[in-house]
Design a protein around this ligand. Structure first.
Ligand code: TXE
Length: 498
């Protein structure tokens, strides 16, 4: 059986306690690998390696750091098909998606932040007066801990580590224990391209063990976390006690609002994609579909028809659109939420069952049909809690004010989509929605430069663009009677990181 080890100080290593966890292929329910079960000791070794490597890495010029990140991106690109396959096997998502989205985006993450950091390190902010000159440096914080989930494994891991590495920090990453393969493949590439030992470390293991030890470690200056809201709450509490920088990208209960004046066919396509992409397991997926009453029946007919046309099947078959959920345990949770909705009066318009007639290879997988519900209101539990599966609940609304009220009636605030041809209305509604991102007539359009994150229980802080570069650095103000400057290459002196 394949064994996935930690990557610490540039070397593969087993856990100090030689403990292993099973890695399941969720589409088949077969064990496909064993992954090291990292414990506190392993995290300590990794943080020591990172702390030792950080000063020299910070003193390396930004272009040289960028060159190594681009080399890692090249390495993924050269073996993209193996990455796409490994991601599909670990996560149950279709190969068509890992080929077209997950792996290309992971490559782009490394490249974009590599270049952005070079630009950021070229110029420092200056504020001069007749008395003094102020220069603001962005100093790397030292060691950054990155904890990532299973729904977009390499995509989110690279999204979390690229900015810190590019800005001169060392990283200890803890990927999800459910999807460790591509992180380990990335580690091999880091070694091949000559990433200095200790700059990137990967410790595998369970959240409450390896993850918690990373968050609690006093030498980890910042934690970037993507995962569930309850886990995020506990990560946040630990970081608060240690005055640690923390960035939390958590769950959502996102609404997609369709006004009667929308391009209805396009809105139906957007709604279907937003509800069922990645089997509904993206924090940005739509779980509440709000439809203006006068077009409710027409929209529902279209969404149901599109949901039924989605090709469910073996994720490794290139024709498959829709694979399995991440695990049988997660499908149980989604089915429990569905059963709760039905008990509260929901009507299942389509889906709601485990698909039959799947190919033999995947007949024991964690599949659930794309499901559309209606008939329950905003007070139903289903419409308040994140479900994170392929189930969307439709509700009619009478007017703009009611749509806004319904969309905001949740503890979450990650994103929303507004479908309308009246752009004035779109702008008005967007300003009233209590979320981090509002899309108009589109969904999941992501620009690296824009801030990304949520409000309320959806998280804390922003990722992307300058926010990401600022998160992994501290501003240091140099106030001087005379002009001073830093090395134009972006290198910062050894020993100055905290
Ligand atoms: O996430 P966890 P789970 C939501 C979604 C899902 C729910 C639970 O609603 O149903 O969260 O999923 C690590 N200290 N999202 O349980 O546990 C863990 O090992 C430190 C939304 O899988 O939050 C993994 O690496 N780390 C989300 C990562 O946290 C801990 C994506 C995420 O796992 C830890 C995934 C601890 N105490 C789930 N406990 C999104 N925002 O996209 C766990 N971890």
């Amino acid at each position: 059986m394949r064994r996935i080890e930690h990557f610490i100080a540039g070397e593969s290593s087993m856990s100090a306690h030689e403990a292993w966890l099973d890695v399941m292929e969720p589409a088949t329910s077969n064990v496909v690998a064993h992954v090291a079960r990292g414990l506190r000791k392993d995290v300590e070794t990794a943080v020591d390696a990172a702390a030792a490597a950080a000063p020299r890495w910070a003193a390396t010029s930004a272009p040289e750091r960028a060159r190594l990140l681009h080399a890692m991106a090249d390495g993924i690109e050269a073996t993209a098909e193996s990455f796409a396959r490994a991601e599909s096997i670990d996560s149950g998502k279709p190969l068509s998606i890992t080929r077209s989205i997950d792996i290309p985006r992971a490559i782009a993450n490394l490249r974009w932040f590599a270049d952005a950091a070079v630009k950021a390190c070229q110029g420092t902010q200056r504020f001069d007066s007749s008395h003094a000159s102020n220069e603001v440096l962005r100093m790397p914080v030292g060691v950054v801990g990155a904890i990532s989930p299973w729904n977009l494994p390499l995509y989110l891991l690279t999204w979390k580590i690229a900015a810190p590495l590019a800005m001169g920090n060392a990283v200890v990453a803890k990927p999800s224990e459910l999807t460790p393969s591509t992180a380990s493949m990335l580690a091999s590439i880091a070694r091949e391209v000559g990433m200095p030992p200790g700059v990137l470390n990967i410790v595998h293991g369970l959240g409450p063990e390896a993850g918690a030890a990373l968050v609690e470690h006093p030498d980890v200056a910042a934690i970037t976390f993507t995962g569930g809201t309850e886990t995020g709450r506990s990560v946040n509490q630990t970081c608060a006690g240690l005055f640690k920088k923390v960035s939390l990208e958590l769950g959502g209960k996102n609404a997609l609002i369709i006004f009667a004046d929308a391009d209805i066919d396009a809105a139906i396509d957007t709604a279907t994609a937003a509800a069922f992409a990645n089997q509904g397991q993206i924090c940005l997926c739509t779980e509440r579909l709000l439809i203006e009453s006068s077009v409710y029946d027409r929209v529902m007919e279209g969404v149901i028809e599109r949901a039924r046309a989605i090709r469910i099947g073996d994720p490794l078959d290139a024709e498959t659109d829709f694979g399995s959920l991440i695990s049988i345990a997660h499908r149980d949770r989604v089915e429990a939420a569905l059963a709760g909705a039905i008990a509260d009066g929901a009507h299942v318009c389509t889906g709601g069952k485990r698909p039959i007639n799947l190919p033999d290879r995947v007949s024991a997988g964690a599949f659930l049909e794309p499901t559309v519900l209606q008939g329950i209101g905003m007070d139903a539990r289903f419409n308040r809690e994140e479900v994170f599966g392929p189930v969307v609940c439709a509700m009619p609304f009478a007017d703009e004010a009611e749509a806004v009220r319904m969309a905001n009636a949740t503890d979450y605030g990650l994103c929303a989509t507004v479908c309308t041809q009246d752009l004035e209305r779109a702008g008005r509604v967007a300003r009233k929605l209590d979320v981090g991102t509002v899309w108009t007539n589109c969904w999941l359009v992501r620009d690296f430069r824009v801030p990304f994150g949520g409000v309320k229980c959806s998280g804390l802080g922003r990722e992307g663009g300058d926010d990401a570069l600022h998160f992994c650095t501290e501003a240091r103000t140099l106030c001087s009677a005379s002009n001073s400057t830093v090395d134009a290459s972006g290198a910062v002196p050894t020993g100055t990181h905290t």
